[in-house]
Each structure stands twice: as C-alpha cells, then as structure tokens.
Design a protein around this ligand. Structure first.
Ligand SMILES: Cc1ncc(COP(=O)(O)O)c(C=O)c1O
Length: 396
C-alpha cells in the first residue's frame, strides 16, 4: 500500500536531491517559501515603513495563531519569539523568587543553550538551578524528576523530548506533580512539536516553548511561546520590550504590559523569519500529526531494528511511547562515517556521546530508511570512512 504522506514529497525540493534525514536539526524547506519571502520584499519595496501597519507589526501573533493548533492551543495564546533560549529566559524573568520559592528544576539532558541562560540568570535573581541527573545518559527517571520538585521550586524548565536521545518525558504526569507542589512548568517542546502530538490543554503546562526550525519545516528565527490563561494573568516577563506595551507608539516612560499573550512579545519582530515560518507548519497540519506520529513510530522502529541487527549501541528508547522522532546509534568511527554519509548526500548529523542521529519525517520513504544503514555498511566495509579522518566536522 502506498504511504499517503508521500504526496507531500513534492512540496520539499531538497528531497529530490538527497536523502534528507536531519529534520531533527533543520526541517526541509517547503517549495513555496521563496514566494513567501518575495511577499516580504514586495511589501517592503512597495509600502516601505507603512508595511508595519499592513500586517508586519502583528505578525508575531498572527504566525503564533498558525502554530497554535499544533500544540492544542487556541488563537491568541501563542506569540512568536526569536529563540527558545530567549523565550525560556523571559519565563524565568517573570518568576518572583522571594517568599521561599527560589529554585528552578532542570535536567542534565536539557539542551545546553537553555541551561546556560538559566544558570547565568538565576543567581542574579536570587535563585538557583537544581539539575536532575540522568542514570543512563538517555532518559530521566520520572520519579527522580518529580522528587526534585518541592516546596522551594518556583519553575520547572525541562525539555519535553530530550535532544540527544529523543526520550519523551511524561509531560502530563510532570505538570500534574509540579502543580500539586505549587510549581510552574515551562516545557521546552522544540523536539516534540511537529513530530509527536502535543496538547497544552491536556498536559496543563503553564508555558510551552518551541520552534518551527526542525520538525515544522519553518526555518530559523520562528520560535514561539505559549502561556496558559492562568499564566497570562499571573505573570509578566521582566525581559520584555516595546511590543509588549499596551501603547507601544505612545513611547511612555514606564512599562504597562499589554493584556494576554502580547505581553510575551519583545522588541521589533524578525519579520522575514516570520514569513518563512508559515508554510512548514501548514503542511504538517495538513499531513495530520497523528499520521505523522504513526509513521515516525514505524520508521524509527525499523531504524532501531537495523542498528541492533548490526550490534550498534542504540541511543534511543526501545519503548515507542518514550521515543520521539530521532534514532541515534553509535557505529565504529562514527564521526568519520557521518562525514562519509554527508559526502554521499545522505544528510544526517552526529553528536558525540550519541552517535549518528537519523531523523525520518513524514516525507521520508521506507527505502531512504534502509539506504542510510546500507550506506553505513558500505562505508565501513570498504574503509571509505578513512578518507574523512582529518576532515573537520560539518555543522548539521
Ligand atoms: C530542545 C532544544 N531546546 C532549545 C534549542 C535551542 O533553541 P534556540 O537556539 O532557539 O535558543 C534546541 C536546539 O536544537 C533544542 O534542541
């Protein structure tokens, strides 16, 4: 039976040129993005500064509305932000650490960028970060995570899906426990939105951040922050800007936060990134996240099986309920094999400690899944990896 999701392949030009297995890093560009960017330049050329009044100023909210259905949010609940690191830092800046709650719970396997920011900011605000260790370098035991959340916890800022292993944290249980302890949850869902179903209403997350760069195929610069109705009432970020003001063009001397999600905006929006961000999320919505997830489970299971047949150490959960969209596995001479794969137009990435990360997406054929492992076989059998021993790693 043909895979109905393969009809989307024509929407992504790069798929005809290479085996693109790196959507966990940068999703393929939709063919219509040049048209969107042409709309941006046309608006700038034609309207000049008046383009702000013709939609540019509101774009962080209108694009947020396009992302909202992918996380189970309603229109008016999502604002775009330039990076997830900044969005998480803004959430931290909204916390009040006086009055006994002065810790932020993170995990050892969260994305380092977010941890860098929170660990630098926390002491300046009278708080400290508590890091929950990983026992196996792959996942975080949910009970240990819960045990770290106590009556001193103000904020739990953790990845929904861990970037190195694609391990899925149980967000519903985490939010229920954190709320019972009186803590606020800010989920970093960069590695979940677009490849696994995410429902902010079901989980009850107070905040959720993510980006369109990876599984949503929307390019760099299109990150987003959701705040629950309660969080929108209770919190306002100290890390703010004039877009978050009730009357930005009055240039008043003091801050008066706009109501609703608009208070999570910052300075002047990065407009071209927002034009580019539109079509990928639309295509994922059309594909249907349940279908995307079902296919991802099937193809990642196949990758795990292929890797295990060859005796490679698989750095991804075997339990499909805990496994996101990426399978990482260690092959001998992994860094060099990764370079050899790239030279053969098999686009993957490599992370020390995790190995070669392979990320099929809704546009991936089953043959491509087989091809990645088949090429690795060939590279190892022929010693082709040796040609890459001195090559500096490429950024993917
Ligand atoms: C889980 C996770 N969070 C955050 C980031 C980085 O976010 P940004 O560069 O938008 O700050 C990444 C990047 O790969 C990530 O995987």
């Amino acid at each position: 039976m043909t895979d109905p999701l393969l009809r989307f392949r024509d929407e992504f030009p790069i798929l005809s040129r290479c085996t693109y297995m790196v959507s966990n890093s940068l999703g393929a560009m939709p063919r219509t993005v040049p048209e969107r960017l042409a709309e941006y330049t046309e608006a700038w050329a034609t309207h000049g500064v008046r383009a702000w009044a013709k939609g540019w100023w509101e774009m962080p909210l209108t694009v947020g509305d396009a992302v909202a259905p992918l996380i189970g949010a309603a229109p008016g609940e999502v604002a775009m932000a330039p990076t997830v690191t900044l969005a998480q830092a803004a959430i931290l800046s909204a916390m009040d650490f006086r009055g006994g709650r002065d810790t932020i719970v993170m995990t050892a396997l969260d994305f380092p960028s977010v941890r860098y920011a929170l660990e630098q900011l926390a002491p300046k605000l009278g708080a400290r970060v508590v890091v929950v260790p990983s026992e196996d370098g792959m996942g975080i035991a949910q009970d240990r995570l819960h045990a770290a959340i106590d009556d001193r916890t103000a904020l739990v800022s953790v990845s929904h899906v861990l970037f190195r292993s694609a391990y899925i944290i149980d967000a519903d249980a985490l939010c229920a426990h954190a709320h019972a302890m009186g803590a606020v949850v800010a989920l970093d869902a960069y590695h979940s939105v677009g490849v696994i179903p995410v429902d902010v209403k079901a989980s009850g997350a107070d905040f959720l951040t993510g980006g369109v760069l990876k599984w949503l195929c929307g390019g760099p610069g299109g990150c987003f922050v959701y705040a629950s109705p309660d969080a929108r009432e209770r919190f306002a970020p100290a890390l703010t800007g004039w877009q978050a003001h009730q009357r930005p063009f009055a240039f008043e001397e003091s801050m008066a936060y706009a109501p609703g999600i608009a208070r999570w905006l910052g300075g002047t929006p990065v407009v071209p990134a927002l034009y580019a961000a539109l079509d990928g999320p639309r295509l994922v919505r059309e594909a249907g996240i349940e279908r995307v997830r079902a296919k991802s489970i099937r193809q990642t299971a196949r990758l795990v099986a292929l890797a295990e047949e060859r005796g490679y150490r698989v750095h991804a959960p075997r339990d499909v309920a805990r496994r996101g969209g990426t399978v990482a596995f260690d092959v001998p001479h992994g860094a060099e094999v990764a370079q050899a794969l790239l030279a053969r137009d098999v686009v993957i990435d490599y992370r020390p400690g995790a190995g070669i990360r392979v990320a099929p997406h809704f546009y991936t054929t089953d043959d491509e899944v087989e091809r990645v492992v088949g090429e690795i076989d060939g590279i190892l059998a022929t010693g082709a990896w040796k040609a890459f021993a001195d090559v500096r790693p490429t950024v993917t």
